[in-house]
Design a protein around this ligand. Structure first.
Ligand code: UDP
Length: 243
């Protein structure tokens, strides 16, 4: 049997990924599909950390555009990610995948606080670790959280799951028929070409720490495993490892 390419991965799931067709809120059947795939990858012996977003419930920027104080609105966004993390945990545990949720803002009654060394220990013991609460700081995103946690736990790759987009394009393929897909890029390309895969804070952090990124379509079933096995799909953004 071919061996998986990666030993430890960070899977970035946006809030939107958990929302299903409606695009809003939490849709358990949609989450179940993702969790079934995660279970398969977990079964290959790959250590999986998940960073989950919150945009299906609340985005700080939207609140601020409606007149709220930005930091306040961002804290609400961080809380939204905790709801998503608990939904993921519920689903994974239901299919016998052991998990731990760690939050960057303490809420001990429902999850562990984020402790890097403990997270690594959980991974080594075969538990899927779900990072909730983003970085714990307003003005950041969960993409930046993915880059930060990937660096901290020395993940081999960030698997950036996208909804119905199969990689990075020169323009939005839904709006521009001339948009071309990139198979490979560098982090610097993302920043200099203004490709909106992740925000520039997340890109520069990934670049500085040489963390490779694979951008792929979550909506095609089996893709999480394909990426984990090293099949070339989507767009690879190169880091030092696995060049
Ligand atoms: N957020 C934040 N700091 C962080 C991570 C997230 O303030 O470190 C807030 C921010 O308001 C953001 C919201 O949480 O809009 C939801 O996160 P994000 O937009 O990254 O979720 P996604 O787009 O992945 O669903």
């Amino acid at each position: 049997m071919t061996q998986p390419k990666y030993k430890r991965v960070v899977l970035k799931l946006s809030g939107e990924a958990l929302a299903g067709e409606g695009g809003f809120g939490i849709h358990p059947p949609t989450i179940k599909k993702i969790c079934d795939e995660i279970k398969e990858v977990h079964g290959l012996g790959i250590e999986i950390a998940i960073v989950v977003g919150g945009g299906n419930i609340w985005r700080g920027q939207v609140g601020s555009e409606m007149g709220m104080e930005r930091a306040q609105a961002d804290y609400m966004g961080m809380l939204a990610t905790v709801m998503n993390a608990l939904a993921l945990q519920d689903c994974l545990e239901n299919i016998d995948v052991p998990t731990r949720v760690q939050t960057s803002i303490e809420m001990r009654q429902i999850a562990e606080p984020y402790i890097r060394r403990k997270a690594v220990r959980h991974l080594e013991k075969g538990r899927v670790v779900i990072f909730a609460g983003g970085t714990g700081n307003p003005y950041f995103s969960t993409d930046t959280t993915a880059a930060l946690r990937a660096a901290e736990i020395e993940a081999d790759v960030i698997m950036m799951a996208k909804n119905n987009v199969d990689g990075v394009y020169s323009a939005d393929p839904k709006l521009d028929t001339n948009a071309v897909k990139f198979d490979e890029l560098t982090h610097l390309d993302l920043i200099s070409k203004g490709l909106r895969v992740m925000d520039t804070t997340a890109s520069s952090l990934s670049m500085d720490n040489d963390i490779p990124l694979v951008v792929f379509n979550l909506n095609q079933s089996g893709n999480i495993k394909r990426v984990a096995m090293g099949e070339v799909i989507g767009t690879t953004v190169r880091g030092k490892k696995y060049e």
